[in-house]
Design a protein around this ligand. Structure first.
Ligand code: SF4
Ligand code: SF4
Length: 136
């Protein structure tokens, strides 16, 4: 049985330049399609990828990623902003790795573009009034 899943991979700074994805393909027969890639302000690497492989290989590949220290997050989560709570303080803007949260130069308010969001969750924990929410 073939499995195909979209996930967010979080690479700690120490692993950003390691050939982890090449090994995943070569040793575990997992195809990967990179949908988005970025580096956070803390220099953590983020990859949004579609991983495809035989179920057994996929399982082994996941274990390999976890053992190397890569955090795997399913992309089935949706991030929304509670407009009543957002104070437009801007704290999230510098943290968002994909510029899904940006300052509108004309109003100085913070715009949220859900299409750019990769559901990394960084803003959810960083937002002082907890305006950013993950929906499952
Ligand atoms: S950190 Fe929270 S309150 Fe501040 S602009 Fe971002 S979403 Fe709004
Ligand atoms: S979860 Fe928040 S920080 Fe992460 S990409 Fe989406 S808007 Fe940006």
């Amino acid at each position: 049985m073939t499995i195909s899943r979209r996930v967010v991979l979080h690479f700690p700074r120490s692993l950003v330049d390691q050939p982890i994805m090449c090994r995943l393909a070569r040793e575990f027969n997992i195809d990967f399609n990179i949908l988005k890639a970025s580096v956070t302000p803390k220099e953590e690497g983020l990859l949004v990828v579609e991983l495809t492989g035989d179920a057994k290989d996929y399982d082994q590949g996941q274990k390999y990623l976890a053992q190397t220290g890569v955090e795997i997050q399913p992309l089935s989560q949706d991030v929304v902003r509670n407009e009543d709570r957002c104070t437009h303080c801007g704290a999230c803007v510098v943290l968002c790795p994909t510029a899904a949260l940006i300052v509108d130069p004309s109003t100085r308010r913070i715009d949220f573009d859900n299409d750019k969001c990769i559901a990394c969750g960084i803003c959810v924990t960083a937002c002082p009034p907890r305006a950013m929410e993950i929906r499952f």
